[in-house]
Design a protein around this ligand. Structure first.
Ligand code: MF3
Ligand code: CO
Length: 248
């Protein structure tokens, strides 16, 4: 069942989203060669607490950290740790803010120092893919319209779309219906209605879309070791069109 939110509930989620967006803006300033992903994680957790919020990912299905920090060939759910970011890396920071029981979810990929043209292309196309999906998040469209637009654009740019991890409804729970794949046929899936809140969070790879899991049970990597990027926003479907609740 897809839970429809009232305007008031969406307003709660927007406030969570504002904290999350502000946290990403601070992280963008911190990212440089020499910083560890653990330092970023600790900053994010402290930032949320300072703003009266909590990191919803910590403890979620046993996930141990406030953020996911996914470097280079890691697609998602990388553990923050002692890894020192170096010039040319790309890193995706993903987090979910809980403010008074209402959630917002946003991931962002960052370039560390100077990255290769191939890496920059991956970052640019993945971010564009997110916004192409958001454009179609309007009342009356179907989830498949979003999915298909992202896949057609990404593959047209020579990149592949991760299949195993997808977007989702969100509200008082991190993962609600509907599922939001970033690939597949148009005109299929649930029809979008006013008051739905979903994430769109394409993960694109330079090589194969296939992935493998590290022995830690969380860290998902590209099977061929190629780079992967991700951008994610939380979106409310309204009569006036899509509203990005995590806009930076
Ligand atoms: N934020 C992720 C998402 O987009 C979920 C991360 S899984 C967790 O769905 F275990 F780290 F929470
Ligand atoms: Co998400």
């Amino acid at each position: 069942m897809i839970i429809i939110k009232t305007n008031e509930q969406i307003e709660h989620m927007r406030k969570a989203g504002e904290i999350l967006a502000a946290c990403h803006r601070e992280i963008a300033k911190m990212i440089r060669p020499g910083i560890t992903t653990q330092e970023i994680d600790q900053f994010a957790e402290a930032f949320m607490k300072k703003h009266g919020a909590t990191p919803e990912q910590k403890g979620y299905n046993g996930y141990p950290y406030a953020t996911c920090a996914s470097v280079n060939d890691v697609i998602c759910h990388g553990f923050p740790g002692k890894y020192v970011l170096k010039d040319g890396d790309i890193v995706t920071i993903d987090m979910v803010v809980n403010l008074n029981g209402w959630l917002a979810d946003s991931a962002w990929s960052y370039a560390v120092g100077n990255v290769s043209p191939e890496a920059q292309h991956l970052l640019d196309v993945t971010k564009n893919a997110l916004y192409k999906g958001i454009e179609l998040a309007v009342v009356g469209n179907r989830i498949g319209d979003i999915s298909n637009a992202i896949q057609v654009y990404a593959e047209g740019e020579g990149l592949s779309v991760v299949r195993e991890f997808i977007g989702h409804g969100i509200g008082e729970k991190m993962h609600e219906e509907p599922q939001v794949p970033h690939y597949g046929p148009p005109h299929r899936g649930p029809r979008l209605k006013e008051g739905m809140v979903i994430t769109i969070e394409p993960m694109l790879n330079i090589g194969t879309f296939r992935s493998k899991l590290d022995p830690d049970g969380w860290t998902a990597r590209t099977l061929d070791g190629s780079l992967s990027a991700q951008y994610e926003h939380t979106i409310a479907i309204t009569a006036e069109g899509p509203v990005i609740l995590t806009a930076q």
